[in-house]
Design a protein around this ligand. Structure first.
Ligand SMILES: [Ca+2]
Ligand SMILES: [Ca+2]
Ligand SMILES: [Ca+2]
Length: 605
């Protein structure tokens, strides 16, 4: 009897979102000898400034109306020793960040779009491949899609494909294809043709046979890419054959590595025909949950049985069924701050009251926004004590670096809007005298998982493929691997595979080499190499110049023998002792596969 394999969607529950915005107030640092500080502070107060920091050798001042330049010129007259400089806000930032703003009001480009270079490549709609998404459906209530190019298959077991069976499938679809229309988010391949197959219902799981059948439906719909943000243990022949057939017909199948943070191989991603995708964050670091199976299976090494590439999948902003997401907003009289939506849709504005860790009811909080430190008691009990004190909203501030992202638990008896805030903003928040706390229902929200990285890669594949419609799925897969940006340990590794997908580099690669690429070996980047001949007296020099190596040093090969390991500074000269023809290549340090093409030079004397 055929083993039955349950397949589950691969995302975490809604991750808390960040709604950062610029600091609005005017704040400066004034350098001062401690002996003159009292005089300076008196001057500041006369000018309507408030001292926020009183430190050894400087003070930080908040002015209600004065600009930094006004303060600077004024102090130069009063006392030239009082040097004024700007006091810019510091927030936790990543290498790649979402645009700042509210997706209900303007279009936000998610960080993974920048990280994968998708914003640098034009999407060619007319020659673009249709993407088949096998998930929990795409809810028609979200307006950030080009609905005219989206089809789907109804399934008697799960219901209509355009009615969500949970927000997962709607979120995934937005990462691939959210429209470039000035609102919401933008996908990797904006407005791409989609075919939706709903295999999950509210119960949250399907079977491998459902996927095998779905692959056939994707073929019938004319799709060239299948994207599956799902997986489970155990291989299955019917399923494996279905995806192999799709790939052999020229298609590309992409699936998630899994979210258990271990070395278990998930299926369908584990089949050689299916491209396995891991998740990274906005700092090019691997997600702690991203699975990393070995590339060796049954004693045989096959790079198609492990993670091949990664893309952004931590705190991914995308589409939700309308009203199904919550977005936070936190501002004070001093500025706006990143926050995370904890619970209780609503909005409250008022004076602030600092409650410490809020372990007891305190009538001084009545009618106010409670500012509360993390620690000692549960988040829920803190918010409950604020509410019982008459508080109208709560801001829970982290007690360690970063954002406090949490919920109030399953037995939430509170009703006032509550948001989390970053430890980095604690000083500024406690200095505020009034605040607005909002938790709004919205059409856009955050999720984390290899489920979010998978559609990012599927969307990048559709984007790149739209520019090279004559290529096969296997050729697109190879180009994405060859041009992925190395991350984590130098060279190919089990967490990142070849690295983070790079749309622009893949386009450049296919432009340079055509669909067939530059050979069958693996490679993380297309290292380029030029070599020229030079003579100084009787000494021969081969002047090598390379680009795109990704390790801190590189290995230089002459006639396929390593002759030198040298810093990756882009150039090196090599001096053969005899005339003749020599071949050179440059490889990432320690790698024999991530190399430039071989270039030959001839010394005639
Ligand atoms: Ca949009
Ligand atoms: Ca695979
Ligand atoms: Ca690596």
């Amino acid at each position: 009897m055929q083993k039955i394999n349950k397949i589950a969607p691969l995302a975490f529950a809604i991750a808390a979102g960040l709604s950062a915005s610029a600091y609005a107030g005017e704040r400066v640092v004034i350098h001062v000898d401690n002996a003159e500080k009292a005089a300076l502070i008196q001057q500041v107060k006369q000018d309507g400034g408030v001292v926020r920091v009183d430190a050894d050798g400087f003070i930080a001042v908040e002015y209600k109306t004065k600009k930094m330049t006004d303060v600077s010129s004024q102090m130069a007259v009063k006392n030239p020793r009082w040097k004024v400089e700007a006091d810019p806000i510091r927030k936790p930032l990543a290498l790649f960040n979402d645009d700042v703003g509210n997706p209900s009001l303007k279009q936000i480009t998610p960080y993974a779009v920048y990280q994968s270079q998708a914003n640098q490549v034009p999407f060619q709609f007319s020659t673009s491949p249709k993407v088949c998404i096998i998930d929990s459906g795409l809810d028609r209530t979200n307006t950030d899609f080009d609905w005219g190019v989206i089809t789907g298959d109804n399934d008697s077991g799960t219901g209509s494909w355009d009615v969500n069976g949970g927000p997962h499938g709607t979120h995934v679809a937005g990462t691939i294809a959210a429209a470039n229309n000035g609102i919401g988010v933008v996908g990797m391949a904006p407005g791409a043709k989609l075919h939706i197959i709903k295999v999950f219902n509210e119960a949250g799981w399907g079977y491998s046979s459902d996927l095998a059948y779905a692959a056939q439906k994707c073929t019938a719909a004319g799709a060239k890419i299948i994207s599956m943000s799902l997986g489970g243990g155990g291989s299955n022949t019917a399923e494996s054959n279905a995806f192999a057939n799709f790939v052999n017909a020229g298609g590309l199948v992409i699936a998630a590595a899994g979210n258990d943070g271990n070395n278990v191989r998930s299926y369908p991603a584990g089949y050689p025909s299916v491209m396995m995708v891991g998740a990274n964050d906005g700092n090019n670091a691997i997600a702690s949950f991203s699975q990393f199976p070995s590339c060796t299976l049954n004693g045989k090494t096959d790079e198609n049985t492990c993670v091949e590439v990664t893309a952004g999948g931590v705190d991914t902003l995308s589409t939700y069924p309308a009203g199904g997401a919550t977005l936070p907003n936190l501002s004070t009289n001093l500025g706006s701050y990143a926050s995370s939506a904890m619970e209780n849709v609503g909005s409250a504005s008022g004076a602030t009251f600092y409650m410490g860790t809020a372990e007891t009811i305190n009538s001084n909080a009545a009618g106010k926004i409670c500012l509360i430190d993390r620690g000692v008691i549960s988040f829920h009990d803190k918010v409950n004590n604020c509410q019982k004190s008459g508080g109208i909203g709560a801001v829970l501030i982290n007690n360690t670096a970063g954002m406090l992202a949490a919920t109030l638990g399953t037995t939430n008896v509170t009703s006032i809007p509550a948001v989390g805030a970053a430890f980095e903003d604690r000083t500024a928040l406690l200095a505020a005298t009034s605040a607005t706390v909002e938790v709004k229902a919205g059409d856009y929200g955050y999720m984390s998982g290899t489920s979010m990285a998978t559609p990012a890669v599927s969307g990048v594949a559709a984007l790149v493929w739209s520019n090279f419609p004559s290529c096969t799925g296997a050729q697109i897969r190879s180009a994405l691997k060859k041009t992925a940006k190395d991350a984590g340990a130098a060279g190919k590794d089990v967490y990142f595979g070849y690295g983070i997908v790079q749309a622009k580099d893949a386009v450049n690669y296919l432009t340079q080499y055509g669909c067939a690429g530059n050979g069958s070996g693996g490679g993380t980047a297309s290292i380029t190499l030029t070599a020229s001949v030079r003579y100084v007296g009787r000494t021969r020099y081969a002047d090598l110049a390379w680009a795109n190596a990704t390790t801190s040093s590189v290995d230089i090969y002459r006639n396929n023998v390593k002759v030198l390991t040298t810093p990756n500074d882009g150039s090196q000269s090599n001096s053969p002792t005899a005339k003749g023809t020599y071949s050179y290549k440059v490889c990432n340090a320690g790698s024999t596969t991530t190399c430039s093409p071989t270039v030959t030079v001839t010394f005639t004397k």
